[in-house]
Design a protein around this ligand. Structure first.
Ligand code: ATP
Length: 323
């Protein structure tokens, strides 16, 4: 490869900027020309592609969001759209791509490189941590720490009023933010899409705690849990325990923003560096992950299909520790 493109795609995640910086500077170090593609696959189709130099990524390692912008791009689902994208890359002589995004972005990359024979390297950039082949995804640590900070604050006010708070965190299909933030804030229970919740048991344990005046009760719910989020869970609980003072708090988009944590900056820098090394050593269509502190390459195909499993042991620990 001689000219590479880097883009961020799908949902934004804190730490994406640190990854872009690492790709740009590693590329330049190796004498490559590096291009930034604006708004993910849309920028490839619209020819919104700009040359990047070392200075263009100065002062961004600490910033949330993504300087390259991100988007969801309908046209990229169609062959015609991808063809247009390829022609724009060809015009500039771009012969390798680094895609920072989630599983949808990898699915697009996989199709694209099968059709047009351009090596694509994926970096897992998602706050959801729902990608196999890596212990970390860029943005998860920041998002989960933001959730922990917010839930700690809710706990203060819940304590002052003896309220039961049902807090909703992000995660339509994945419960990692809920699980980790719930454990770290001492939640009473955690409701996640990957696991069935025994509502009878939850109501029973809340009623029992109500009786013995356990002061703080927090239930953390992933937005994609089986009941459909915190409002729905609260409605069920209110009906079953009318005497409880139940409140709902939906954390929402604050979980996406903010300055990335040290961990997210580190993994983004390491993964970004290795993405360029992958292109230089002729690797095709792999995702760069980190497993047991070692680099781990997963064919984009597998990174897409496989889903990590959440250990039931954690859910058991949550209940025991909340007694
Ligand atoms: P997040 O996990 O944060 O949602 P993501 O990368 O999974 O991120 P998606 O919206 O699923 O986000 O995908 C991003 C973009 O990738 C899509 O808007 C589309 O342009 C492209 N893409 C996704 N799936 C495909 C596919 N099957 N074929 C072609 N392109 C795809």
């Amino acid at each position: 490869v001689t000219k590479i493109g880097v883009l961020t795609s799908g949902g934004d995640a804190p730490g994406m900027n640190a990854a872009v910086r690492a790709v740009v500077r590693t590329g330049i170090y190796h004498g490559l020309e590096v291009f930034g593609i604006i708004r993910g696959y849309s920028g490839m189709i619209d020819d919104d592609i700009i040359p990047m130099d070392s200075r263009s990524v100065a002062n961004i390692i600490q910033r949330g969001g993504t300087i390259l912008k991100t988007a969801r791009c309908k046209e990229f689902f169609e062959h015609e759209g991808r063809k247009k994208a390829f022609e724009n890359l060809k015009k500039k002589g771009i012969d390798g791509l680094v895609i920072i995004g989630g599983d949808g972005s990898f699915r697009g990359a996989q199709k694209f490189s099968n059709e047009f024979d351009i090596p694509c390297i994926g970096l897992p950039g998602t706050i959801d941590k729902d990608i196999a082949g890596t212990d970390f995804t860029i943005g998860f640590d920041t998002a989960v720490n933001t959730a922990v900070d917010a839930i700690d604050k809710i706990r203060d006010t819940a304590d002052a009023h003896d309220r039961l708070f049902i807090v909703e965190v992000m995660g339509r299909d994945a419960g990692y933010i809920a699980l980790h933030s719930g454990i770290a804030t001492g939640a009473e229970n955690i409701l996640i899409p990957e696991s069935k919740t025994d509502m009878e048991e939850l109501v029973h344990s809340l009623t029992e705690k109500e009786k013995r005046k356990k002061l703080v009760n927090l239930v953390v719910v992933a937005e994609g849990d089986e009941f459909g989020g915190a409002n729905e869970v609260a409605a069920v609980i209110k009906k079953r325990i009318p005497q409880a003072d139940v409140r709902v708090c939906i954390l929402g988009h604050i979980q996406r923003g903010g300055s990335p944590t040290c961990l997210d900056r580190l993994i983004a820098s390491r993964m970004g560096y290795h993405a360029v090394e992958c292109l230089l050593t002729g690797k095709h269509n792999v995702m760069v992950g980190i497993v047991n502190n070692n680099l781990y390459y997963t064919p984009l195909d597998n990174a897409i299909k496989a889903k990590q499993k959440i250990s039931e042991e954690w859910l058991k620990i949550v209940k025991i520790l909340a007694s």
